[in-house]
Design a protein around this ligand. Structure first.
Ligand code: 4AD
Ligand code: MG
Length: 441
């Protein structure tokens, strides 16, 4: 082979790495990406290049490339952006079974010494999240991001297929949906306002216009507790349907989670492998246990609490460990629920609501229930709980103009991702997590 003179850098790529890996041996390709690893064996220099679509090994021999290309190859540091021209070759030892035999190589943007080293990571526990803007380039981090995206794609598909309309709702609001203790207060032109905890109340207004609605947007919680399942800003998928009771609501949730799981297991199996994760496919219907049964299990396992209290985090984890697929805990006491929940006709201490619990200890991923649709009953509830009637005026007024029985739920995108990915902490599911102790990067 004749060694060419230095060539001008190609302006664009002909292939993504995923496309290049599908090419037959002998095909010419130009890819662009970042240097993930470098090594050399004998006289041959190797690098692994990634571009978000995949990873490919490239091999460079001094006597086969222009001297500029070989110099650039040697100088390219980890995470430098580079362009590679070459020919696809079969190589059993290469990841993916193919490599690019380099004919041209250019540094597009040279990277400084990569700061994420083993010793730096060990030096302080927050290091990886302080450097999150760089750390997200890792194999595992990007696998998690893709799995979260797949869960969201599945959600949109499922709702659209089932006749739901996507809506939006304000993030700046005047009323608490889920109780005052987790509200972020903001100064809104010298008036008090809050960051929205949930779009539910707006969905209830929208359902009288659209019948079945869903939404996907950020929710904010000023959670004071440092746990492995709380973010202060997260994305919630919520749905609400008219003429639907709590049984319809649970069916909608299990069908949705079933569709999410199917999409993730089908389309993201490589990413799950990268994470060393597998989970059991959740067939519908999901198991259902009552709050009383969950409480019994929790007490038996050593976490006691009074009837009427919310399941403590530890209790929830222990109950969740008893299952290998998601399940519902039904019939929560009103005392552990928000004001809008409808109660059983036969027992006004128990709500028509359920939590959807992910198995293996991951815990709650969704809460849903049937809402009070009667004006007087809702007004009575708001007064009894001493909530500011003024800020619920519009929500109450919905009940004066044809409000049928209706139900809905909210499922956390990050909680669901955490379970499917099998992650210790929820922060790993967020590109730039917000927690009690982190508002940057
Ligand atoms: O259980 P929550 O508080 O229920 C509601 O907000 C209802 N208004 C939803 C509705 O019926 N439309 O929140 C719903 C879900 C939780 O089950 C959980 O998955 C997620 O939102 N979530 C959180 N995720 C991460 N960090 C937090 N601090 C979360 N709080 C709730
Ligand atoms: Mg809940």
């Amino acid at each position: 082979m004749t060694v060419q003179q230095s060539l001008p850098r190609p302006k664009s790529r002909t292939h993504t790495i995923a496309q290049a890996l599908k090419e037959a041996p002998g095909a010419s390709v130009t890819i662009m990406g970042w240097v993930a690893t470098k090594s050399s064996i004998g006289g041959i220099k190797f690098a692994t290049i990634r571009d978000g679509s995949g990873y490919i090994q490239v091999a460079c021999k001094r006597d086969r490339v222009p001297s500029q290309a070989f110099a650039d190859f040697e100088a390219a540091t980890k995470e430098s952006a580079v362009a590679v021209e070459g020919v696809i070759r079969e190589d059993k030892r290469a990841p993916g079974g193919k490599e690019i035999s380099v004919a041209g190589f250019w540094i597009i943007s040279l990277a400084e010494d990569w700061p994420i080293t083993r010793s730096a990571v060990k030096s302080r526990s927050s290091f990886l999240y302080d450097k999150r803007h760089l750390a997200i380039r890792g194999r595992k981090a990007s696998a998690i991001i893709r799995i979260r995206a797949e869960i969201v794609y599945a959600t949109f598909d499922h709702f659209v297929k089932n006749g739901f309309t996507l809506i939006s709702a304000p993030s700046i609001v005047q009323n608490a949906v889920e109780g005052g203790s987790t509200l972020f207060e903001i100064n809104y032109f010298d008036k008090k306002a809050y960051l929205s905890q949930s779009a539910q109340l707006y969905e209830e207004a929208a359902l009288a216009a659209l019948g079945k609605v869903f939404i996907f947007q950020p929710a904010f919680r000023a959670e004071k507790s440092k746990t492995s399942k709380h973010l202060t800003e997260f994305w919630m998928i919520e749905a609400e349907q008219a003429f639907a009771d709590q049984n319809d609501n649970m069916r909608l949730q299990e069908n949705l989670v079933n569709a999410m799981a199917e999409r993730v297991l089908t389309n993201r199996s490589e990413d799950l492998k990268t994470l060393g994760r597998s989970f059991k496919f959740p067939e519908v219907p999901f198991p259902r246990i009552s709050y009383d049964e969950a409480r019994e299990i929790s007490i038996k396992k050593g976490v006691s609490f009074e009837w009427g209290e919310d399941l403590p985090t530890d209790g929830e984890r222990l109950v969740s460990k008893e299952f290998d697929v998601p399940f519902f805990i039904t019939g929560y006491p009103l005392s552990a629920r928000s004001f809008y929940h409808m109660t059983e006709e036969t027992n006004d201490k128990v709500t028509k609501s359920a939590d959807l619990i992910a198995p293996e200890g991951y815990g709650e991923i969704a809460t849903g229930g049937q809402r009070i649709h009667d004006y007087k009953e809702l007004m009575g509830r708001i007064q009894k709980q001493e909530l500011p009637t003024e800020s619920f005026e519009w929500y109450l007024e919905l009940r004066k103009f044809g409000m049928p029985e209706h139900s809905g739920f909210g499922i956390g995108a990050e909680r669901t991702t955490r379970w499917m990915c099998g992650l210790k902490h929820i922060r790993a599911t967020s590109l730039f997590p917000r927690t009690i102790s982190r508002v940057s990067p």
